[in-house]
Ligand binder design. Sequence first.
Ligand code: HEC
Length: 159
Amino acid sequence: MAPLATTLLRRITLVSALALAATAVMAHGDVVPQAVDTKDLPPLGEAWRAENPYRSNATAVRIGASAYNQNCARCHGLEAISGGIAPDLRKLDNDCSTLKVAAKKAACVKEIDDYYLGSVRRGKVRNGAVYMPPFEGILNQEAMWSIKAYLETRREKPL
Ligand code: HEC
């Protein structure tokens, strides 16, 4: 290969390596869970909701985006684009998107809400290994659902 081409190739490889390293660092972000200010949202009370009460609520999406970045992005990736450490949450309700009957689609989305809330409240702990820490007691219900409202804006497949 001509010397110029070789130099160029080396440069490109170096730049990509640096970009990858930067992504890895950013994807991990803050390690300490962050409290989320949810006072601008309608309060939800003590009982856990079965379905996201904040769907398409712009305030919830804004608060949820910031709450996601502070608490989830270090594992699930910035803007919910997983780097492979943890599941890509843009795909969470992909299966619902192919359903044609409106009632079935609504039931599917509700089921995913339930699975989402359980995952966030209890985390993912199996045989003593913590794959994801529980967030109950760290995030309130308002914060958990606002993160879901944000994730719904990041869906890989529109409903
Ligand atoms: C320490 C890393 C870590 C953090 C922080 C974390 N997660 Fe997770 N999460 C994981 C891993 C790993 C899994 C897959 C666990 C398994 O193997 O079952 C997972 C699974 C999930 C699932 C189930 C996904 C599926 O496809 O089954 C949801 C929903 C979820 N996380 C949401 C969140 C939300 C919301 C936050 C922030 C409030 C969060 N996670 C913070 C690592 C993390």
